[in-house]
Design a protein around this ligand. Structure first.
Ligand SMILES: Nc1ncnc2c1ncn2[C@@H]1O[C@H](COP(=O)(O)OP(=O)(O)OP(=O)(O)O)[C@@H](O)[C@H]1O
Length: 267
């Protein structure tokens, strides 16, 4: 496996503009570095407010780091134009279902990223890519003409995944994207992601509180505590020999969620 993503010394400070202490600087992330190989899945875990979403947003380009650099295949990510960057990294947000526009058909919502990405394809070629993508996420050609409210929540989540993969990115960042789903649907979506990873070689970065999801899908785990990366290593190493008590606590099994075993599980 070759190195896909390299995160070097990224940090993030926010300055409060209002409230009790305007102008006060908050350190959301102390400088941290890690790397990810092609096709690997990384899980980011930690308590509330520890900086997990901040890392996810910086990798996806939704936030700028206060310092540090990110490289993808050796190329500096922050020097890329948005159109180029979104061909490499796409994000599925916490409230991804609400990010679907209720007034636009599924097909048009999937065409949008392709139109934004001026790659010289004809409309017919783009539509062909959209139909292929619907198939990859387990939807039917007729879903192209559906509006989001005509789909179940599991199908809507598949549209969100389709929107993330339609540009064939190398990394997808999912920030607690599946937490609100019914457990059986969530298991199907997680298994879909494992299939996509095998078929398309996409690397996933998950922000999650669920040890079961982490054990099921991730190759590596990054543990955050109050803006600091306190542990980073392979899933196997952190499960069998955690160096921090917080790591052991976060990885204790939760009984609320079980992913039915799948042939491609990483366990
Ligand atoms: N836009 C912002 N302005 C000011 N402070 C922010 C902003 N975004 C995040 N923070 C602060 O940065 C810190 C890290 O936030 P972040 O959302 O990354 O944590 P998290 O680990 O993802 O938490 P959660 O699990 O609750 O989503 C928190 O103290 C948060 O209040």
């Amino acid at each position: 496996m070759s190195k896909l993503l390299e995160v070097r010394n990224i940090s993030k400070y926010y300055t409060h503009k209002d409230g009790w202490l305007p102008g006060r600087r908050i350190c959301a992330l102390e400088p941290l570095s890690f790397s990810l190989e092609r096709g690997e899945t990384l899980a980011i875990m930690g308590e509330t407010g520890s900086g997990k979403s901040t890392i996810a947003k910086i990798i996806a380009g939704a936030e700028k780091p206060s310092s540090g650099e990110l490289f993808i295949n050796g190329q500096a990510l922050d020097k890329m134009a948005d159109q180029q960057r979104c061909r490499y990294v796409r994000m599925i947000f916490q409230d991804s279902l609400r990010s679907l526009n209720p007034q636009i058909t599924v097909g048009k919502q999937l065409l949008e990223p392709l139109l934004f990405n001026h790659d010289g394809r004809s409309l017919e070629e783009r539509k062909k890519r959209v139909f292929e993508t619907l198939r990859k996420v387990g939807l039917l050609p007729e879903h192209y003409h559906f509006y989001p409210h005509m789909l179940s929540s599991g199908q809507q989540q598949r549209v969100c995944i389709a929107r993330a993969i339609v540009l064939e990115p190398q990394i997808i960042v999912a920030d607690e994207a599946f937490a609100a789903l019914d457990p059986s649907i969530r298991a199907q979506i997680i298994n879909l992601i494992l299939d996509l990873q095998q078929d398309m070689g996409i690397s996933f970065i998950f922000v999650t509180h669920s040890p079961e999801i982490v054990k099921h899908v991730s190759d590596k785990i990054l543990i955050m505590h109050r803006g600091k990366m306190i542990e980073f290593g392979t899933t196997q190493a952190l499960i069998t020999d955690p160096q921090e008590s917080l790591t052991a606590t976060l990885l204790q099994a939760d009984n609320n969620y079980k992913v039915p075993l799948h042939s491609t599980t990483k366990e």
